[in-house]
Design a protein around this ligand. Structure first.
Ligand code: PLP
Length: 437
């Protein structure tokens, strides 16, 4: 960091600002699996940016596509006008989504994708003459971004505290997790019946008041909670029985993280709506999207005159040309480099390495699926927050690690080598043994 850098004005997101500013962790450039600081120190990235960079940092094909796009069309009015990139990217996404989730609405982030999905769910029911379906069901530990809709259906208490009530009419299922499932590699064998919480909410409030149920196939941000076998199938069945839309928030799971294009494929359950962001553009340019089935789309647009706006919703930057160029280039890279297949092949290596930490008595639980792993540590009696110290120590040792509370997550880019995965675990082990007495 240059001596005269001014750190005062930038209010950093989800960051302990005071702690950062007294001991900054500044990153200067990135390439592939590594960040570099101003002194050229190499720092291994264990979270693919923020679950974003499936193909690693500064991929030349994506950088070139963005550069070229900026020279030809930097923006086209998003409302009532179009450009070819947005249509092309929507078609490419529709090729990847399961079932008939063939209609795509663009946003600028995962949070906006979630808000959009909730609004579409309400609009769909209203268009079908069921405007009384206003309730949403989320799940404890769910993370659906930080805007009021996503915050409301989300289930992380720390994110909600201090922000008043949020959306009315929101209910939460329990997280599908118990100590019976500790140290499950892949999908836990037991726990599918947690899905019956949805049935319970239906019994209490009436199916005809519920618009949608939203879950992450694997709850990512709260620490990687993998759905028990049969759980998502059961949720699907309950939704079908009661006319409730099922939304999969695949902002983390999408684009190869599970070893398939989407978690929906990995767990063999087709939702009605999928939200996505992050790896959609390999994190290069902010972008999110909502894919929805043609039934929802048709119900909303049906009977509207040709000159009528069907959905009063959209963002200035929906389908931004530069984001579309990045998205198209990213999807080409994933296809040409076979990254979804690579993710599947690499996942057993990651899992074996992560479960190798089990011998440390400070490790309370380990969960993994695909190229995602979550590790809980025994809480620190004094601070209840070991993760912060762990993150700082790992950075000094040359690793960027995503921690939260007493947990940490591994979500390396899908291009990681075996050696790089081993190096991640070696640094983490070295940092963890400091806590052992
Ligand atoms: C599942 C999920 N949904 C939504 C979001 C919000 O995305 P963004 O930070 O792009 O608004 C995230 C971010 O991590 C996420 O993991």
């Amino acid at each position: 960091m240059a001596e005269n850098d001014n750190l005062e004005n930038y209010w950093m997101p989800f960051t302990a600002n005071a702690g950062f500013k007294s001991n900054p962790r500044m990153i200067e450039r990135a390439e592939g699996m590594y960040y570099y600081d101003a002194n050229g120190r190499k720092i291994l990235d264990s979270c693919a940016g923020l679950y974003t960079h499936a193909a690693g940092h500064c991929h030349p094909a994506i950088v070139n596509a963005v550069e070229a796009q900026l020279r030809s069309l930097d923006y086209a009015m998003a409302f009532q006008f179009g450009h070819s990139g947005a249509f092309e990217l929507a078609a490419r996404i529709a090729e990847l989504t399961p079932g008939n989730l063939d209609k795509v609405f663009f946003t600028n982030s995962g949070s906006e994708a979630v808000e959009t999905s909730l609004k579409i769910a309400l609009n769909y029911h209203a268009a079908g003459g069921e405007s009384q379906r206003v309730r949403f069901v989320g799940r404890e530990k769910g993370y659906h971004g930080v805007n009021f809709g996503g915050l409301s259906v989300g289930g992380i208490a720390r994110n909600k505290n201090g922000f008043a009530a949020g959306l009315p009419h929101v209910h939460h299922m329990r997280n599908a997790y118990s100590s019976d499932n500790f140290f499950s590699e892949g999908q836990p064998e037991t726990g599918y019946e947690f899905a019956d919480d949805l049935e319970q909410i239906v019994r209490t409030y009436g199916a005809d008041t519920i618009a949608a149920c939203i879950v992450e196939p694997i709850a990512g941000s709260a620490g990687v909670f993998v759905p028990p076998k049969g759980y998502l199938q059961r949720l699907r069945k309950i939704c079908d029985t009661h006319g409730i839309l099922l939304i999969f928030d695949e902002v983390i799971c999408g684009f190869g993280r599970t070893g398939e294009a989407f978690g929906a494929h990995a767990f063999d359950v087709i939702p009605d709506i999928i939200t996505m962001a992050k790896a959609l553009t390999n994190g290069t340019i902010p972008m999110g999207a909502v894919a929805l089935n043609t039934t929802i789309y048709d119900q909303i647009v049906a009977g509207k005159a040709e000159n009528t706006v069907e959905l009063f919703h959209g963002y200035t930057y929906s389908g931004h040309p530069v984001a579309c160029a990045a998205g198209l280039a990213a999807l080409n890279v994933y296809r040409d480099e076979g990254l979804f297949e690579r993710s599947k092949a690499l996942s057993s290596k990651l899992s074996a390495l992560v479960f190798g930490l089990r011998d440390l008595n400070i490790v309370r639980d380990i969960r993994s699926y695909g190229m995602l792993a979550g590790i809980d540590l025994e809480p620190d009696a004094a601070t209840g927050d070991r993760g912060y110290d762990l993150m700082r120590h790992c950075f000094e040792e040359g690793l960027v690690l995503r921690t939260s509370g007493d947990s940490f997550v591994l979500a390396p880019a899908l291009i990681a080598s075996n050696d790089q995965l081993e190096e991640m675990i070696a640094i983490i082990r070295k940092s963890l043994v400091r806590y052992m007495t």
